[in-house]
Design a protein around this ligand. Sequence first.
Ligand SMILES: [Zn+2]
Length: 288
Amino acid sequence: MTSSALPLSAEVANEPTHPADFAGPIIEGDEVRRKTQGRVVSALIRISFFCGTVVVCQLPLLGSESHSPIICREQLSVARREMLVDRLRTITGFEVTFDENGGLRVTSAAGRGGSQTARNLIATALNGKKVIVLEDASDRQDVVFSRVVSAEWKHHASNMPPAFVVLIDFADFDHLLGDREALKAFDVGWAFLHELEHVVNESADTQEANQPGECEDHINLMRNECGLPLRADYFYTFVPYAQRGTFRTRFVRLAFEQKNATTNKGRRYWVMWDATLVGGLAPEIAAK
Ligand SMILES: [Zn+2]
């Protein structure tokens, strides 16, 4: 079967809403929102991992060990597939590709550089039972870089493996600015691995400021193995004094840190973006 005929359909069953008392949205699903509503988290904005539900149906690709459990929806363009595997090659050192069915494949496991922890994560996912569907969510305001949603099978649900849809907003990455070292540590490959870590190891994101959280701790192991700065904070924050001038921009930033092995001194790097372009701002914040 060709990738253009991937027999998948998915629809978002419930979209996140934005609690009025947050500076930014919590898009991690109803349970997290219930826990955090009523607490004012000024200028803290969370990225990704929404525990909603989508419906997937008709996946005859599954049930055969010859098919990859990580598959693209057909609407994910060849150029963007190539962009993703290019980043994954750099991070993992694996030779990875998408096959004609849209399945992610490791064609050479002779890792050249890169992160062993990332290789382990990819290998565990590819050898596991969970189905992970990649969907292009570019230019969606409710997807800030990426997120993962759990899925339900429309038919024969009791016989089917657990399924998840990883939504990637490729266009958001075009809006990134900042330090070169930090930009290498925050691209579409890292976003995919973050969501994969959620699915494979069920790692959680933190709800506290000034810490990366369980999931990003694991991703930081990979960054360290690649010689890149580590993400210092799960939340991004507004850039001081630059929230908006004459133009309707809302710049936010995310911190990364790297220690100099010789001096043991830490250096901070930033990635920044205009949240009015990338999305994620609660409507009442964006309108101010
Ligand atoms: Zn997450």
